[in-house]
Design a protein around this ligand. Structure first.
Ligand code: ADE
Length: 250
């Protein structure tokens, strides 16, 4: 997959993708990330990329010309089928959208600064608009890195053990289950017996139940279309919870 990032701070993107899993995916040729400085496409000698808004008001707006020129410069390398603006007004990034993006051959991520981009960029040039959450960042770069990292780890070969992607929180719509590693006793805190039992089916069942327990406690909105097996576990969880409450009241 190829991802072109248009930004005023290419060094932020370059530093963010150089290390860890993404760095390795890039070295192995599974992922290509190129950051292009929008300022390089400014037509004037001051390398201006922003201007005051028509109608007045505070702040500056990113101009059309350098952004259109920067996108057009990618034409030979990128299909330009997905030109994604990072913005707090966009569609919220979730694992479903990540999976959808991971099936694309390439994409362009456009990082805005200042008060945003000219509407003729947002409405006419961009095909998508993505937000990483209901808060305002100073620019789209950190959001672009979040998209790149989430999409990158879905590409075959990036995460060594595919199983670890398949059991990620959200991969199958649930939060993750709790994990333990050695030592078996840490400051008096132990490890659930079942995990050291060597009984794989029991371990799988315990993990699924814990994932369901976490999800029902913290994000019940994620629990849709439960299987019959999950429904049975949920009944067990409910019964245990009622039991626990009864004990506490005594
Ligand atoms: N740019 C500024 N804030 C943002 C957010 N929450 N998501 C994506 N891009 C942004």
């Amino acid at each position: 997959m190829r991802i072109d990032v248009l930004t005023l701070f290419p060094e932020m993107i370059e530093a963010g993708v150089r290390v860890s899993l993404l760095g390795k995916a890039i070295q192995e040729g599974i992922l290509e990330v190129a950051a292009t400085n929008i300022r390089d496409f400014s037509a004037d000698r001051h390398r201006t990329v922003d201007d005051a808004p028509y109608g007045g008001g505070a702040g500056m707006v990113m101009k059309c010309e350098p952004i259109y020129a920067a996108v057009e410069s990618l034409r030979d390398r990128n299909s330009l089928e997905r030109i994604i603006l990072l913005s707090p007004s966009g569609r919220r990034l979730d694992q479903r959208l990540v999976r959808e993006l991971a099936s694309a051959r390439d994409m362009v991520l456009l990082c805005a600064r200042y008060e945003g981009v000219d509407e003729r960029v947002r409405g006419d040039l961009c095909t998508d608009e993505i937000s990483i959450g209901d808060y305002v960042l100073s620019g789209g770069e950190v959001a672009a890195l979040a998209v790149i990292e989430a999409v990158g780890r879905m590409l075959p070969g990036v995460v060594g053990a595919w199983e670890s992607v398949a059991t990620d929180s959200f991969y199958d719509g649930l939060l993750g289950f709790p994990q333990y590693t050695r030592p078996p006793d840490f400051r008096g805190m132990g490890v659930p017996e079942v995990l050291v039992s060597g009984h794989h089916a029991a371990i799988e069942r315990w993990r699924r139940k814990q994932a369901l327990r976490f999800t029902i406690e913290r994000r019940p909105d994620l629990l849709v279309n439960s299987t019959d097996a999950d429904k049975a576990l949920l009944v067990e969880i409910e019964r245990e919870e009622a039991e626990r409450k009864r004990e506490m009241e005594q």
